[in-house]
Design a protein around this ligand. Structure first.
Ligand SMILES: Nc1ncnc2c1ncn2[C@@H]1O[C@H](COP(=O)(O)OP(=O)(O)O)[C@@H](O)[C@H]1O
Ligand code: SF4
Ligand SMILES: [Mg+2]
Length: 374
């Protein structure tokens, strides 16, 4: 690109479908990673990392994705970003199919940015932070002077004084400061959606709170939509309008965050909530109700994938894959027993505790115990 072709500012993002059109639509997204084994190095099996995941992300909302480590959160985000190819399924952005035959990846990646957990490896150690932030706008045609100006404005927006920080290298910053730089870098192309994959998990608690508040402020300031991924239920509750609960590659439950935290409909959500530490001594449990590890995604249980850890499992749970069934007020859960009179419609919790199911004292059995019944 010549200097005469360089632009003075990046064009603002265009809202194609209006407020009612979801910003992101994910349909049947599936990722099976084949792995090799044996003497001949043939394909020995597949890791079913993400399986038939479908959801919508509304313009301006924050959708949290929560679930135990290995449940497929990062794979889902990498699929959405088109960093890896899906085994099946599709992604639509503002109504347009992403990829071949639809929206070009270059246009898509300008509008969708990502922030990862590891603040250090996301930054080029040989570039100053100003150069790192200015890099993508320059590639997209912004003249170098304007790109540097944008980098300095964004440093200011994320709470780093440009005079003090612009010429520093990543190793000259703390973890929290580096994550602020990554957030500034994600904002550099004027995106509409930011996917935040465990953005505060590597930070100290005090820094975590500052970065979460910064993210909330930036969302309002720049009119953003967030997909916020975390294994931390408290952080997801603080940040999200709605929450999607994943278990072993599938959606267990989705809905408004307050409703799901108060009245989870899926036994896994109830168990996760019951497992989280409570600051209230009256609500502390001696034993976390979510016990054992999730099964191996190479060979997940038939039917409902949660059945080996679920104390409500019936024989049918081994035979039928539960679909997400809509409940009221936008909540949906993938549990065959959710409308069964023997199973409470919602697994209620003491208000505010998030730690004590009222009706079920032991919602989860030991995985080993339950495997025999499966
Ligand atoms: N490139 C890969 N090849 C094989 N298996 C993978 C790969 N990436 C992730 N996995 C597996 O997919 C599952 C989901 O991983 P991941 O999406 O990283 O989970 P999470 O982010 O929820 O911790 C895990 O069992 C993980 O080991
Ligand atoms: S009751 Fe059955 S379908 Fe529902 S979560 Fe338990 S095992 Fe799965
Ligand atoms: Mg992850």
């Amino acid at each position: 690109m010549t200097d005469s072709e360089a632009v003075a500012d990046l064009p603002p993002p265009v809202d194609l479908g209006g407020p009612a059109q979801p910003l992101l639509t994910v349909r049947g997204l599936t990722k099976h990673f084949p792995f090799k084994g044996g003497m001949l190095g043939r394909t020995a099996g597949v890791v079913q990392a993400v399986d038939d995941v479908s959801f919508e992300l509304r313009k301006g909302e924050t959708l949290g994705i929560v679930g135990e480590s290995g449940c497929g959160k990062s794979t889902t985000s990498r699929l959405i970003m088109s960093l890896i190819l899906p085994s099946a399924g599709e992604v639509l952005f503002d109504g347009q199919l992403v990829g071949p035959g639809g929206m070009a990846l270059k246009d898509y990646r300008r509008q969708v940015q990502m922030v990862f957990q590891d603040s250090y490896s996301s930054l080029n150690p040989r570039l100053t932070i100003q150069e790192s932030i200015a890099f993508a706008p320059t590639v997209h045609g912004l003249n170098p002077l304007a790109a540097r100006g944008r980098a300095q404005d964004l440093l200011q927006a994320v709470g780093l004084n440009p005079t003090q920080f612009a010429r520093r290298y990543p190793h000259e910053l703390s973890g929290g400061q580096r994550q602020r730089v990554n957030i500034a870098r994600a904002l550099a192309l004027r995106p509409r959606l930011i996917i935040l994959d465990e953005p505060v998990s590597a930070l100290d608690k005090s820094v975590e709170a500052q970065v979460l508040n910064l993210l909330s402020d930036l969302k309002t300031q720049f009119g953003l939509t967030y997909l916020f991924i975390s294994h931390d239920l408290n952080v997801v509750q603080y940040m999200s309008d709605r929450v999607l609960v994943m278990y072993l590659g599938r959606i267990a439950e989705i809905g408004p965050v307050d409703q799901i935290y108060d009245t989870p409909a899926h036994p896994y959500t109830a168990a996760l909530l019951a497992s989280r530490p409570s600051m209230d001594p009256d609500h502390r449990r001696e034993h976390a109700p979510l016990t054992g590890d999730p099964p191996n995604p190479v060979n997940p249980p038939s039917g409902c994938r949660f059945r080996t850890r679920c104390s409500f499992a019936e024989p049918v749970c081994a035979q039928t894959v539960p679909e997400l069934a809509p409940l009221d007020r936008g909540q949906a859960a993938a549990c065959l027993m959710v409308n069964d009179p023997r199973h409470s419609r919602h697994l209620e919790f003491s208000p505010g505790s998030g730690a004590h199911p009222k009706k079920h004292t032991a919602p989860i059995k030991q995985a080993a115990q339950a495997r025999g019944a499966a």
